[in-house]
Ligand binder design. Structure first.
Ligand SMILES: [Zn+2]
Length: 198
């Protein structure tokens, strides 16, 4: 039970800006928080390019008998996890930029060590400064690569040519796309396709 709620809360939800353009995918937990705060509404697709928009209370009411959906149960409420929410905030302008983080760097590099070219699970990966920090290297898309722990230790604070270790791909800022960082196999929602042209 606990696990299924956790699973439902971490499901990806597509976030649209006020112009109904895709911003990014967030977790159901965050989407429901936005919904409860009145900062977002649920977009329900009706098919044939028709949509209904629900605030939190109308969503709870509407989804009361959608038992096949992923459900959230609280002490007093039960409702479906939305697929899509649209922001209601005036200042929610699209920031079409991939946020720099451990996870997004790993994702950019396909969880592949940029020195030995092997794939690793996240727990066995580190971030490596190509130009070492103590030699003025920045923590940026252009200077950080995914590295396995072994290669990371071997390279230490040496320059690529001192260590004779060069990243297999030149590190760059990844091109923005709405689903960057989302495991696409998790995105089963046909309904998202109306909003995302990949
Ligand atoms: Zn490696």
């Amino acid at each position: 039970m606990e696990n299924s709620i956790k699973g439902a809360l971490s499901r990806p939800v597509l976030v649209l800006n006020r112009l109904w353009q895709p911003l990014h995918a967030t977790t159901a937990k965050r989407a429901i928080t936005l919904l409860c705060l009145g900062h977002a509404k649920v977009v329900q697709t009706e098919g044939e390019g028709k949509y209904m928009v629900h605030d939190f209370s109308s969503w709870v009411e509407y989804s009361a008998d959608r038992k096949g959906d992923e459900r959230i149960h609280t002490v007093s409420l039960e409702f479906s996890v939305p697929d899509i929410v649209v922001l209601d905030l005036y200042d929610a302008l699209p920031v079409r930029e991939v946020k720099f983080s451990r996870q997004t760097v790993f994702h950019r590099d396909s969880h592949t060590c940029q020195y030995c070219a092997k794939r690793f699970p996240e727990k066995d990966l580190n971030l490596d400064h190509v130009l070492p920090k103590d030699k003025g290297g920045k923590t940026s898309w252009e200077n950080i690569v995914t590295s396995c722990i072994k290669c990371n230790t071997r390279k230490a604070n040496k320059l690529p040519r001192e260590a004779n270790m060069f990243p297999i791909n030149e590190p760059k800022r990844p091109r923005w796309k709405p689903l960057f960082g989302v495991d696409e196999s998790e995105v089963l929602d046909e309904v998202w396709k109306d909003f995302i042209k990949t």
